[in-house]
Design a protein around this ligand. Structure first.
Ligand code: FES
Ligand code: FES
Length: 223
């Protein structure tokens, strides 16, 4: 007889003789009646089943329960309940960031991990500066959330809710430090301009051509 122990939302669950082919999503929903995580596609395409495993977001429809003995698993129920909403859950509510709500548990689990990733300065696929990704940009948030589909298309309000929490939780000093480093890098490496840098004005171009080459390299083309 084999026993699997899953730690979900800080509670231990013992499962005897579980079919090794059972996904974590099915164990939660069918064996443990933890129904916050939703089954949308069951193929890793929609993100409705997102859970946090050891702090990282995972599509629970694509991972087997037996692989997670001893892991720290968090579902939407562990993030907050109606009487104790997390800041992000409250922001989703305040910003009307859902319609049917089916995708919402996965969106909130994913966004909870996203906030930690931004705090740790992790770059995303669209970060133009890998050393100083600007996680507060709408395009960054959209890309980081691209694994979570909302068929009601509540995207504008989802991004609004996440931005609101990011702005309040990513400390001013972190933003300031990141901006200073970004400015330094721009001066030191004129090729790192980024798609969000405004193009130089005609006046700047005129001034640049009037200056010598050393001055052009030093100013770096972006201010
Ligand atoms: S149900 Fe898991 S990604 Fe869609
Ligand atoms: S709120 Fe309906 S799928 Fe997102």
């Amino acid at each position: 007889m084999s026993t699997l122990t899953l730690t979900i939302n800080k509670q231990d669950y013992q499962l005897e003789n579980l079919d090794a082919r059972t996904t974590l999503l099915d164990v939660c929903r069918q064996n443990l009646q933890i129904t916050g995580p939703k089954k949308g596609c069951d193929h890793g395409q929609c993100g409705a089943c997102t859970m946090l495993i050891n702090g990282r977001r995972v599509n629970s429809c694509l991972t087997l329960a037996v692989m997670h003995d001893g892991d720290d698993i968090t579902t939407i129920e562990g993030i907050g309940m109606p009487e104790s909403l997390s800041a992000l859950q409250q922001a989703f509510k305040d910003n009307d960031a859902f319609q049917c709500g089916y995708c919402t548990p996965g969106q909130i689990c994913s966004a909870t991990a996203l906030i930690e990733e931004v705090k740790q300065n992790w770059p995303s696929h669209v970060s133009t500066d890998l050393q100083n990704p600007d996680g507060l940009l709408v395009q960054e948030i959209a890309e980081r959330m691209s694994g979570n589909i909302c068929r009601c298309s509540a995207y504008p309000n989802i991004i609004k809710a996440i931005s609101q929490v990011l702005e309040s939780q990513v400390s001013d000093s972190q933003i300031l430090e990141s901006s200073i480093q970004a400015a330094d890098n721009t001066v030191q490496n004129s090729s790192v301009t980024g798609i969000w840098s405004p193009p130089p004005s005609e006046a700047q171009l005129g001034k640049t051509s009037a200056n010598n080459k050393t001055a052009t390299t030093t100013t770096g083309g972006r201010s």
